[in-house]
Design a protein around this ligand. Sequence first.
Ligand code: ADP
Ligand code: ADP
Ligand code: ZN
Length: 223
Amino acid sequence: MTTPAVLILLGPPGAGKGTQARMLEEDFGLVQLSTGDLLRAAVAAGTEAGKTAKAVMETGGLVSDDIVLTILAERMGQPDVGRGVILDGFPRTDVQAAALDALLAGTGQRVTAAISLEVDDEAMVGRVAGRYTCAGCGEGYHDEFKHPATPGVCDKCGGTAFKRRADDNAVTVRERLKAYHTQTAPLITYYDARGVLERIDAMGDIATIRSRLGSIVGRVAAH
Ligand code: ADP
Ligand code: ADP
Ligand code: ZN
């Protein structure tokens, strides 16, 4: 039996983690697991953790490791993750990376690869400011870089309602970029030391990055 792949996408806000994770789900049958999405669901549900997280997310800082690890562990316990996962936006701190290693060790697993999406910070401000998603299925779009084929209609589900994130503004994104560089970028060294780091130039168009990523995932996670 092959052990399910555990892939990590590392990169600042706007790097394309969510966009590419959804395409990796289609291309490789993996399951996207986004702590940002899980936290936004907790905020929408109005749980205690959600209320605490909301205040932090609005400032562009990182939610506490305790809250994030609790929701992550709960999600990792669900059966569909047995197909292999793409972690999008997790881990973001060294505490989270160590906790992930411990969680995986419990089932004899380890991180298959951590893929660092390398981009220019300045370009990320425009990517984040122009981001919007389908309210029905979560498909991501961009004002300039990714339009639905029929204006106003989601390519994936035919929905016509779209939404924008409250934290996707020029002020908050600068705080999120800072948090990335101080707290998350050091994980590049962490995974490099474990021999599982892959770096890709993520400044091309979406289809180009998809094929670059596909060749890495095909090599490291082929069943
Ligand atoms: P992340 O999950 O890393 O924050 P997203 O995947 O949500 O980033 O992408 C941010 C925004 O940029 C979205 O609106 C998306 O449509 C767009 N986008 C993603 N990848 C690219 C790319 N390679 N070139 C241009 N725009 C992109
Ligand atoms: P992006 O990729 O655009 O930065 P995310 O959806 O991954 O957006 O994250 C949005 C916000 O949710 C972050 O700014 C942070 O406040 C919080 N968050 C998401 N994942 C984590 C995590 N692993 N640890 C701490 N905070 C997180
Ligand atoms: Zn949709």
